[in-house]
Design a protein around this ligand. Sequence first.
Ligand SMILES: Cc1cc2nc3c(=O)[nH]c(=O)nc-3n(C[C@H](O)[C@H](O)[C@H](O)COP(=O)(O)OP(=O)(O)OC[C@H]3O[C@@H](n4cnc5c(N)ncnc54)[C@H](O)[C@@H]3O)c2cc1C
Length: 397
Amino acid sequence: MSDPHYDVIIVGAGPAGSYAAYRLASSGHRVAVFEEKSAPGIDACCTGIVSSECLESLGLHTDVTLARADSARFFAPSGKCLRVHTDKVQAYVADRSLLDSALAAKAQSRGAQYFFSSSIRDVVPGKESIQAEARCSDTGEVFTARAVILANGCTTELPQKLGLGKVKRFLIGAQTELETRDINEIEVHFGRKVAPGSFAWLVPVSQDRAYAGLLTASDAGPLMQRLVDDLVRKGRATDRHVKIRQKAIPLETPARSYGDRVLAIGDAAGQVKRTTGGGIYFGHLGAGIAAEVLDAALKSDDLSMRRLAAYQKQWKARLGRELRRGQLARWTLTRLSDGQIERVFDVLGSNGIAQNMVESGDISFDWHSKLVLAALRYGSAYPWMRVRSLLSRGGGP
Ligand SMILES: Cc1cc2nc3c(=O)[nH]c(=O)nc-3n(C[C@H](O)[C@H](O)[C@H](O)COP(=O)(O)OP(=O)(O)OC[C@H]3O[C@@H](n4cnc5c(N)ncnc54)[C@H](O)[C@@H]3O)c2cc1C
């Protein structure tokens, strides 16, 4: 059999795919990235909030960002507001088109080859190589490689076809961009009417523009339109006729994120914060671990499932606890009534507990497990003993 075209084919030029491409190409591997869109980050349904820790780890600068955040206002269902702020910048709002393009450019600068408007329809592992069937500008072509990384988000059939399992639990994220008035700080809104079991957000990106979005288990489109209508009615947004985008967010990981000659990273591996649905940083960390494991496997020419299992072991050691505690927080939030959310606000608002948590370091933008435990400790409407007893009765996260 002739030599494979590439060492690694990466399906999807999102942040996870391009970061893996950058790392593997930097280690001297021949890398090809296939992206079904015509350019990186086009029409991404994402608010692009990343921590300074994430931006730095991605090796990017503030030129891919639209705004920065050092404070946020949280609203209970009744409209009661809790404001927290810090002295230093906690997060940036990245322009996804700029962020994805910058990561692709970094990978290209190390020799990774990009194929845009090229969708991978099938992946077929073999003994000596793995084939990727691509649809590039209306023609079908087969490419071979030594390994494939699936970095194509969570809604495709490929992982299941390759025996990695199927992600069945999702949230739907909906988002739009609005012309706004007087939205100067990030706002997070809770309540059954706004986003049942979850939350909605407003994120200013300039003086008169903001992203509005929400997460929910169903009906994201109508809820999003209601949010926009409400903002227009209150004079905070100017136009109710906006384009609403929707995308699934995985709430679980597939049974396996590895197989013979295959790895899955980013949303495709469920590397997403269960609390907020944010996946750029965890997907980036997963991509880094995948690149390290694959680099060693390529060098030793052992791309068996057994060898690649180290990837899942390593990324779960890094992110597993966060995902489990995040799942607990999400599970609790979906069960809170509006009255119980009000009580949580009362507790966190009294004696400046929320602000103290920020200042004590209990709240980290990316690592929420401390926050989850602290919130339960501060005697929320679902104290820890109650959560434990509900868990022991089954039906838990
Ligand atoms: C409304 C909303 C708001 C969000 N806000 C944030 C936020 O503020 N911060 C945050 O960290 N996360 C946020 N997220 C989550 C974040 O967008 C994802 O976690 C992140 O984009 C995952 O990166 P990825 O590289 O794994 O996948 P993606 O970014 O989804 O990239 C996958 C790429 O693969 C391509 N592709 C798919 N199938 C194929 C195929 N067969 N062949 C070729 N190419 C293919 C797609 O076109 C896409 O470009 C949000 C999500 C939603 C829905």
